[in-house]
Design a protein. Sequence first.
Length: 818
Amino acid sequence: MTAHTLLLLLLTSNVLGHPDSEGRLLGHYVPQHRQRRCSLGTCQMSRLPKIVYWLSFASTKELSGKAGHEPQDPHSYGRRRRRRRQEALIGGSGGVLRLGSQDSIGGLLTQREVPPTPESRAVSSRSLRGLGRNDFLTGVFPASPLSWLFLFSAIQLAWFLQLDPSLGLMEKIKELLPDWGGQHHRLRGILAAALFASCLWGALIFTLHVALRLLLSKVLGVPTLPLPHPPTLAQPPQSWVFLPHLQVSDWWEEFVYLRSRNSLMVNSNYYMMDFLYVTPTPVQAARAGNAVHALLLYRHRLDRQEILPTLLMGMRPLCSAQYEKIFNTTRIPGVQKDYIRHLGDSRHVAVFHRGRFFRVGTHSQSGLLPPRALEQQFQRILDDPSPACPHEEHLAALTAAPRDLWAQVRRSLKTQAEDALEAVEGAAFFVSLDSEPQGLTREDPAASLDAYAHALLAGRGHDRWFDKSFTLIVFSNGKLGLSVEHSWADCPISGHMWEFTLATECFQLGYSADGHCKGHPDPSLPRPQRLHWDLPDKVHLSISLALRGAKTLSGDIDCHVFPFSHFGKSFIKRCRLSSDSFIQMALQLAHFRDRGQFCLTYESTMTRLFLEGRTETVRSCTKEACSFVKAMEDKGRTDPQCLALLRLAVDKHQALLKAAMSGQGVDRHLFALYIVSQFLHLQSPFLDQVHSEQWQLATSQIPVQQIHLFDVHNYPDYVSSGGGFGPVDDHGYGVSYIFMGDDTITFHISSKKSSTKTDSHRLGQHIEDALLDMASLFQEGKRLKRGCRGLGEDSGYRCGSPPCHSRGSKAPTTTTNF
């Protein structure tokens, strides 16, 4: 047995301990924290030239003087930790103002130091104790205090059996201890054993840190980024000094998201749905109260590092840097590029209802408001009969406008309505209390799901603040949803938070028999603060233009959501195929039947095995996939021949997926080369061509069950139905899918109605036909029956969809890409 294998076994054994069931061993910041110090479980992304780094840093430094913006650098996390400790010493939590806080009572005491009260001192001391405990647990990871106790007990047992595991070291330690004489001789032995156990424990932890760095890090395996080396350059870029910690993710965030001037609605933001079959309560205010409380509990655990990191195969931690900006974050529009404003803390949420904006505090002097108190506040807003001010109702449409227009208008708002704008942008997140019901209905399940998805993706164009990191949407019938801004993080991050929220508000917080939050209302609680906007006349025209554009874009989106319930992940696994690759091949077959040609296909996969990694592209439309699709459309091919080609296509896709996850993808590499060429004013026809390619089929798998707060097998209906996004290309599709349990796959399809080449419902029918045709290649799949699409025979689906496509039937024919 090699040393690395032995250390790995020690890591996964009970000798070194495991995280406890309450998730208190290390939090989401911990992997990043440990990675920055000792590179545990991380790998460095490709290095980039120093001159380009300074060009990027200069643009970041220009923004650092703006309110709330902090330039991101490898050491910023430590500064934030120190700042949080200073804030805790000044006033802590519990409703006391912090130094530099963006929140204050009535907005009058911002940026002032308030003398702490005895209650705040107690809260501060508890906060510091919690941070100190988590710092200790972080430092000894992957061990735990229980592992020290186990080691000490084993040494004591060996000593009792007259065995000396220290090879004489404990006797040496006893000689160094003072001799108290008499009955204290045994105490000297216990102290010597404790000191030896501590030294051995620390040595094992240090060895594991070094071993994990060698065993899990890919630093030596990832090549440096090749740079253009034209002969016209007197000094080639390769001779420049490289900086080791600059990430391609920084450029991805800036040039793909922050420099985009398009509307965030549909083009960038994505959505997430509630439980498909279950609504815990029909009371809108109660559902909002529990959901907001659960979200703030999640933020509290993040701040105290009490949430376990995501481990790949239960062993390797994924980078958790993206979790930092979930809350208290707003994307601020700029004329040339936006920037992300992240606050250290925020103690209120911004609420929108019937064209009016409110500021709702989330904390009292005793801490976080209970769900019943939050329900009371939301009910007060719902019962408020005051009308919206002129143009206030459509104000949020500006966040759906092109970014340069919104940036210009925001300057006027900053001077005319600074307090109201600050209350929205400085909120923990945005809450929209919609006046219409949404969700699955028995009368027309197909149309109801499509309308539900459209309401989450675009709404009415003026009832979401698309700049916030996320908007919690609560419909009048108690259904929930999430609209997420994309620049700060990717779907698995917000999906993790959403799973926690749904499970916590339903199973842990719960509701009373009459559908209200548990507990009692607090009549002494101040009413929510109505925000007043003093809008100048020149803003009125901009709001009207933004609203018109938002409605046009919203009306052009064709959303289609359907659950495929003929089979699911369990059937695909029994066929000994990757479930994700199986779906990707089905999408290739369905798209070919829909358009009669192959197209450039984008599938996103995570690169969080790397420090601050985000995503990489898997090009699913491979030659092997095309061969399989052509065989399926050829009546002369037999099932065994098609099955053999399917396995080859799946194997190829799996190889591409693993390569992309391990840092060997091509698209982010080409993207970085393109950025370098633009900075150096180098012309590259190849890079220009790659950059101009259109992704007519953009796909993504929605992660599910990242955390286990309840048994999904006992509660199969309590699973989120996933989410979706808008099409990347005007003549393309956006397709996301989620495996709901073992026997259902839910698809979210989007396209544009203005395109004559796309139809979301038509592609949905082709996807179902393709899945059934592929399943029929297996003996078990031949027994599957074709029927009406949807949730079942009694679900209300009408059999009015296009006729099923059978193998070998003629599809639309145009020139193919292969």
